[in-house]
Design a binder for this molecule. Structure first.
Ligand code: GLU
Length: 449
């Protein structure tokens, strides 16, 4: 008996809502995908027949573990660790680790779910996974971070390896943390297995351009969306939120392409610099000193710091939300529209609320969802895995060229899917459907597993 796509999707929605009623971020991510899939299922009744979606929304495996560690006062501290191995139809689970106090199962599941489609779009044969902890690296000493990472890896190591699951960084996990995690993995397994983590130091298996890749990639994606309509980045002002790895390199690339990024933010507020953000100063404050964004304005005469408030109130034609989920809401979208925004590309994962996405799209703004626009990071992680497997090392230019080409292909595949499924230029529909078709086809080919 055949079921209509609409009936099938609402049955799946009900099942997920019943099972995950207490996981709001995960439900948001699932709704956002399911809402766009009706035209795909109409064209592919075999996906309904094989009940691919009910399998896809259920992680293959979820690991939750205790992470005990000693702080500098010798007090025992306990955090919760997670690794959600969501889908491995296309390759080993791949996705970052996030260390932030807001981390819980819902957050990790939403990130892992998005990662499946994003990774599929890169065409690099990587499955989807995500992990992390509610540990807050901010304000901790290097020694505390090291002890935490060692304890975290003392459980995680038994669930990962280069063919099974390959973690990397995300919020709160950068080069320092990857180093400590890798060291403990090597010690526990007795193997120098470079391909087990990505985002490594360049002296021991890390790839050129991995650090820059997510931010650069988001700007390349915006460049492709604009090029389709005969426009460009050059001469345009960009509003960037965040001041971590993604924001810093989005700002750098905007400036390299002749645009001007005039903002950066953190949880305390934002800075506006009408001369354009001095990216070297921002790197010094945020990456080296691990300081607050207000210090940027203290040291730069052309900049001012706004405590609290919304960075989206600053007018500009390009916007790159590069901080965290749901940071750009309806009020933010209205403010951006008032400021003359033309294109938005998500550097972070799910930074724009569904209401804000709808407003921007209705107003004709080019909107690049994170699954496509921020895929450059994980794509370059896959290139790092390739180099590790081949014991090879590519130089910066070659690596950036590969990243650029991948982002162009992600854009083109996403746009083509938006056309094919009836809403040309709707990159949300395009990214969800192109990613889904790839994974769904692989799942069908591989049987009911
Ligand atoms: N955390 C990044 C993301 O959200 C990168 C993951 C990776 O490189 O594995 O895609």
């Amino acid at each position: 008996m055949s079921v209509s796509p609409e009936a099938h999707l609402s049955a799946i929605t009900e099942t997920v809502e019943a099972r995950s009623y207490n996981e709001p971020e995960f439900l948001q991510a699932v709704h956002e995908v399911l809402e766009t899939l009706t035209p795909v299922l109409s064209e592919h009744p075999e996906f309904v027949e094989a009940n691919v979606l009910e399998r896809l929304v259920e992680p293959e495996r979820q690991i939750i573990f205790r992470v005990p560690w000693l702080d500098d006062q010798n007090h025992v501290r306990v955090n919760r660790g997670f690794r959600v191995q969501f889908n491995s139809a296309l390759g080993p689970y791949k996705g970052g680790l996030r260390f932030h106090p807001s981390v819980n199962l819902s957050v990790i599941k939403f990130l892992g779910f998005e990662q499946i489609f994003k990774n599929a779009l890169t065409r690099q044969r990587i499955g989807g996974g995500k992990g992390g902890s509610d540990f807050d690296p901010r304000g901790k000493s290097d020694a505390e971070v090291m002890r935490f990472c060692q304890s975290f890896m003392s459980e995680l190591f038994r669930h990962i390896d280069e063919h099974t699951d390959v973690p990397a960084g995300d919020i709160g996990v950068g080069g320092r943390e990857i180093g400590f995690l890798f060291g403990q993995y090597r010690r526990l397994t007795g193997r120098h297995e470079s391909g087990v983590l990505t985002g490594k130091g360049k002296g021991w298996g890390g790839a050129e351009v991995r650090t820059e890749a997510t931010g650069y990639g988001a700007v390349f994606f915006a460049q492709e969306m604009l090029a389709r309509t005969g426009e460009g980045i050059e001469g345009r002002e960009a509003i960037v939120s965040g001041s971590g790895n993604v924001a810093i390199y989005a700002i750098e690339k905007v400036e390299q392409l002749g645009g001007k990024a005039i903002t950066a933010s953190d949880s305390s507020g934002y800075v506006v610099d009408e001369q354009g953000i001095d990216v070297e100063l921002l790197k010094q404050i945020k990456e080296v000193e691990r300081g607050r964004i207000s210090e940027y304005a203290d040291r730069r005469p052309s900049a001012r710091f706004v405590s609290g408030g919304s960075v989206w109130d600053v007018p500009g034609e390009l916007a790159f939300p590069c901080a965290t989920q749901n940071e750009l809401d309806e009020a933010g979208a209205r403010a951006l529209l008032g400021g003359g925004v033309r294109a938005v590309a998500e550097g972070a994962n799910m930074p724009t609320t569904p209401e804000a996405v709808a407003l921007l799209q209705q107003a004709g703004v080019l909107f690049g969802p994170g699954k496509a626009a921020n895929a450059g990071g994980v794509a370059t992680s896959a290139l790092e895995m390739t180099q590790n497997a081949a014991r090879d090392r590519w130089d910066f230019d070659q690596s950036e060229l590969r990243l650029h080409r991948i982002m162009r292909d992600v854009h083109d595949a996403t746009y083509a899917a938006s056309e094919r499924y009836g809403r040309p230029g709707d990159y949300v529909l395009g990214a969800n459907s192109a990613g889904f078709v790839t994974v769904a086809q692989a799942m069908i080919d591989q049987g009911v597993v």
